[in-house]
Design a protein. Structure first.
Length: 307
């Protein structure tokens, strides 16, 4: 059997949310708002563009996921892609190819760091040679990035979609996360990308407002998986995104909750969304707990109010 595989690059996806204003307590009915200390969120409020030059994407249908595994080319876009432009459910199709029926066990992406950049809202363009700039931590110029796969990607004879989820907020960290005393306003590249089967994942969406009803633009959101009764610094970060001009956000292609339920180590854990306001807004953060994700469906958390 053969199948036509479409590869899409996904980042910071946003979608108009449905639901009513539930006030500052959101998610678990009357569950309390949690106030916890954790690492600083990604500064989406000062970033205009993140242009990544994607050279190629490849996948392996072999059980051997090591370097000796057999990888087949899925796409060779050879072009710049603005990751922050992929909003409101938009994807960027990188290519398509016919593959043998099976299961994709590993996915790799090659990027060109010399041709990639971050543009700040004040107009400055950060590159590997600018000051401030991007510390790519690679001398290769075209590093090979290995994607994390939670659940194997099915390759049926009826066709399917491989999603490459490139998370800007996890892939670029501020120098202050390494050295809190640093005054460097650049970024450090810490490559994080995930590959998923679009048919096996779900999504989480919502709307962020401040007290009084005004939408909050450029709020920074983080998606966690953890036990809400445990401290926030024990919750692993699964993804990040930001709100658009209307305060809407969406985490797309999220691993379904049922997949985590099979592991005793994740017993009692749910998805959790932390919402941090833009710097200098005077607003406070809010946390939404007890979120469940179903394959092929969107979970709306309604309106999250930042007091």
């Amino acid at each position: 059997m053969r199948f036509l595989n479409s590869t899409a690059l996904i980042a910071t996806l946003l979608l108009p949310a449905c639901g009513t204003d539930t006030g500052p307590l959101v998610g678990g009915g009357n569950d309390p708002t949690l106030t916890l200390l954790t690492d600083d969120p990604f500064p989406y409020d000062r970033v205009e563009r993140v242009d990544l030059y994607v050279v190629s994407v490849s996948g392996s249908l072999s059980p051997d996921t090591s370097g000796s595994g057999t990888f087949e080319t899925l796409a060779t876009p050879h072009r710049l892609i603005n990751l922050l432009a992929l909003q409101n459910g938009l994807t960027d199709q990188l290519g398509s190819v016919s593959l043998s029926e099976g299961v994709i066990t590993a996915v790799r992406m090659v990027i060109d760091t010399d041709s990639s950049s971050i543009t700040l809202k004040d107009g400055r363009v950060l590159t590997g040679s600018s000051t401030p700039g991007i510390a790519w931590q690679s001398s290769a110029g075209r590093p090979v990035l290995n994607a994390l796969i939670h659940e194997n990607i099915l390759v049926p004879d009826t066709g399917g979609t491989v999603v490459i989820d490139y998370d800007v907020g996890k892939a670029f960290i501020t120098p202050q996360e390494i050295d809190p005393t640093s005054t460097d306003s650049g970024f450090i590249f810490s490559p994080v990308l995930r590959a998923a089967d679009a048919n096996l994942t779900g999504s989480i969406s919502g709307l962020v407002k401040q007290t009084g009803g005004a939408a909050v633009e450029d709020a920074s959101l983080r998606l966690y998986l953890g036990d809400p009764s445990d401290p926030e610094n024990t919750w692993p970060v699964m993804g990040t995104t930001r709100t658009n001009a209307n305060g809407q956000f969406k985490f797309s292609y999220v691993t379904r909750s049922a997949w985590w339920d099979q592991f005793p180590a994740h017993a009692g854990e749910t998805y959790i969304v932390a919402v941090d306001p833009p710097t200098g807004s005077g607003l406070s953060r809010n946390v939404v707990i007890n979120i469940s994700v179903t394959a092929g469906a969107n979970t709306s958390v309604g309106t999250v109010v930042l007091p």
